[in-house]
Design a protein around this ligand. Structure first.
Ligand code: SAM
Ligand code: SF4
Length: 345
């Protein structure tokens, strides 16, 4: 008997979600709201129109959907958005999903946040079983931070990060590399992250949603970023993986991990283990493709989960092999029309 068949917590192999390319779907990212208290220039227009409240799933419905995925073999849940921590009552969802950690059905419950609400929630997140969080921070300069986020306050995010540290949460900083904006700060970000014991991941700007200014002006290939970083830091190869698209190194001088997410210059789709759910119950099988499945209708059609399970399986059977992001002079528009805040980063 192998280890999997001895593990009573795992669903039987026939019940697990396997896509047409034999990839097991074990990771669900959930955008719990499309709203946000920031308006980052690469993510949202300043005058965003948000979804009508009536279209948005209740926290109880989100719990039921997440729990169905857990029953079908998902081992990792990430709450994202918009800004997940601005949704009213969101801690009830974290608290309730924490039961899957306690039962052993779930390995990890985590969140990607802009950090603004962490002074209030960091300790409670830890109490719900959250162990690691991703915090998005592109600059340590207050004026630049304001320029990038439009509405954000760097001091509040810094307070949030210190609250996370105090609560014992492991923090990974996500920084989007932006040409002409934060490219003079990479060394500072590495030093600062190292000093605070945070891992750091640089992300290439992706062509999602139609926003100004042109993405060609913001796009900075990470191959270039890495070359520059290596002038001042020693990057040691590591085989550390989180099941995500980041490629990780250890910075010898700080001992912390440094990752690069390069959706445009490196294709990571072959090992993709994830799907994304929006706050309206739409499931995207690939971040870079338009195809989606509506899970709200089967969810609301009956209190029984049979229809829902069937809809989830049918969606996974359509998961595409990969995406086709391109940014160059011939492709200035978005690869897909929805913003990152809709699908969740
Ligand atoms: N509000 C939360 C936050 O900022 O962390 C969670 C949602 S946000 C959409 C998730 C991540 O997507 C952030 O790290 C953000 O920097 C990144 N992001 C947003 N738009 C992007 C784009 N067009 N290209 C690359 N990354 C993007
Ligand atoms: Fe809000 Fe996050 Fe998008 Fe910035 S990146 S506007 S914080 S959702």
């Amino acid at each position: 008997m192998d280890a999997a068949s001895l593990d009573l917590r795992a669903p039987p192999a026939s019940a697990r979600l396997i896509d047409p390319f034999a990839r097991a779907v074990s990771y669900l990212r959930v955008s719990v709201t499309d709203r946000c208290d920031f308006r980052c220039v690469y993510c949202m227009a300043e005058d965003m129109t948000f979804l009508p409240k009536a279209d948005i799933l209740s926290l109880e419905e989100l719990d039921r959907l997440c729990s169905a995925f857990v029953r079908l073999g998902v081992r990792k849940l990430r709450m994202t958005g918009g800004e997940p921590l601005v949704r009213r009552g969101v801690m009830n969802l974290f608290r309730s999903l924490g039961r899957h950690l306690e039962s052993g059905a779930l390995d990890e419950l985590t969140v990607t946040t802009n950090g603004s609400q962490l002074p209030r929630y960091a300790a409670e997140l830890a109490a719900c079983g959250v162990r690691r969080i991703n915090v998005s921070l592109d600059t340590l300069d207050p004026a630049k931070f304001k320029a990038i986020t439009r509405w954000g306050d760097l001091a509040k995010v810094e307070d949030g990060l210190m609250a996370a540290k105090a609560a014992g949460l492991a923090v990974k900083i996500n920084a989007v590399a932006l040409k002409g904006v934060n490219e003079d700060e990479f060394d500072r970000l590495i030093e600062w992250s190292g000093r605070h014991g945070f891992d750091l991941v640089f992300i290439e700007v992706m062509p999602l949603g139609d926003i100004e200014p042109s993405r060609l002006d913001q796009y900075l290939p990470l191959s270039l970023v890495r070359t520059r970083i290596e002038r001042n830091w020693t990057l040691q190869e590591t085989d550390y993986r989180t099941g995500g698209p980041a490629r990780y190194f250890t910075v010898a001088e700080t001992g912390r991990r440094l990752g690069f997410i390069t959706p445009l210059t490196h294709n990571f789709c072959e090992s993709c283990n994830r799907v994304r759910l929006t706050c309206t119950g739409t499931l995207y099988m690939c971040l870079g493709q338009e195809d989606a499945a509506d899970l709200r209708a089967p969810l609301r059609a009956s209190a029984d989960d049979a229809l829902l399970d069937e809809a989830i399986r049918a969606a996974i059977a359509r998961k595409p092999k990969g995406h086709d992001f391109v940014i160059d002079r011939r492709h200035r528009g978005p690869a897909v029309s929805r913003h990152m805040s809709t699908t969740g980063g």
